[in-house]
Design a protein around this ligand. Structure first.
Ligand code: IPE
Ligand code: IPE
Ligand code: MG
Length: 241
């Protein structure tokens, strides 16, 4: 019998505790408008801001946004540079309002390759908002699910501890957060793209063709309504769950 429980999933019928979002479709949104990809990323920031507000209003505990994957480092240098600029500008501008709204910011991913200026801002944002408890906003930047599992496994090895789900969990970047209950991916692709692969073992997967910059409160609520209709059995039969 399995002894390690799935990390505190939301109870059946309850609202999701943790919503994770793959914010995809910025480039296509821009192309449709004959504008540079940068315009799509810029519009994507507005959508992210709205979803943060809505999660806070709906009493979601944790929102994880996939902002930049490890694989995204392979994009053309000018797009990567532009995204770094956008992260710096957005973070610098948003820290205080997030703090006022009692949002706690946490970054997950391998930040070693990020520009020092951005890393400083990330640390500053985490420190500034560390005492907040209204909503935890986890921003996945330079994140890769396989990397996370590997670095956690190496840490367990280095500590000389036995391999157990609990010991591995304790070293994942998401340590202390409940596992995602609901994954939303915009932009029409139906794949995970190396996101929270360990943590999403029992997430409900919601895919929409809406491009990320077009994603609004009503779209988020449609995902929540869909989620509310799921029967989360976790391997049991419906009568037990
Ligand atoms: C998602 O939008 C944002 C990032 C990956 C940074 P994309 O840039 O992947 O947009 P599409 O998929 O090309 O439309
Ligand atoms: C996934 O989007 C990563 C982020 C949203 C940050 P991509 O657009 O990079 O995903 P793939 O490569 O098409 O799967
Ligand atoms: Mg994409």
């Amino acid at each position: 019998m399995r002894s390690d429980p799935v990390a505190s999933p939301a109870a059946a019928g309850a609202a999701p505790r943790h919503v994770a979002v793959i914010m995809d479709g910025n480039g296509r949104w821009a192309r449709q408008r004959h504008r540079p990809r940068a315009a799509g990323h810029q519009a994507g920031v507005r959508a992210a801001r709205e979803v943060v507000r809505v999660c806070r209003d709906r009493k979601v505990e944790v929102l994880t946004l996939f902002a930049f994957s490890q694989e995204n480092w392979q994009r053309p240098a000018n797009e990567v540079g532009l995204l770094m600029e956008l992260f710096v500008r957005t973070l610098g501008r948003e820290i205080e309002s997030l703090h006022r709204n009692e949002v706690r910011i946490r970054f997950i991913g391998d930040h070693a390759p990020f520009p020092p200026r951005l890393r400083e801002l990330m640390q500053k944002a985490e420190a500034r908002t560390a005492g907040n408890g209204r909503l935890t906003l986890a921003i996945a930047a330079g994140y890769g699910g396989q990397w996370d599992i590997l670095q956690a496994a190496r840490a367990v090895c280095a500590a000389g501890e036995p391999f157990s789900a609990a010991n591995l969990e304790a070293r994942l970047n998401t340590f202390g957060l409940p596992h995602p209950d609901l994954l939303i991916r915009t932009g029409g692709e139906r794949r995970i793209s190396n996101f929270l692969i360990w943590q999403m073992a029992y997430a409900e997967l919601y895919f929409t063709d809406t491009l990320w910059p077009d994603f609004r409160e009503a779209d988020f609520d449609a995902a929540l309504a869909w989620y509310a209709g799921r029967d989360r059995r976790f391997g049991r039969v419906a009568e037990q769950a």
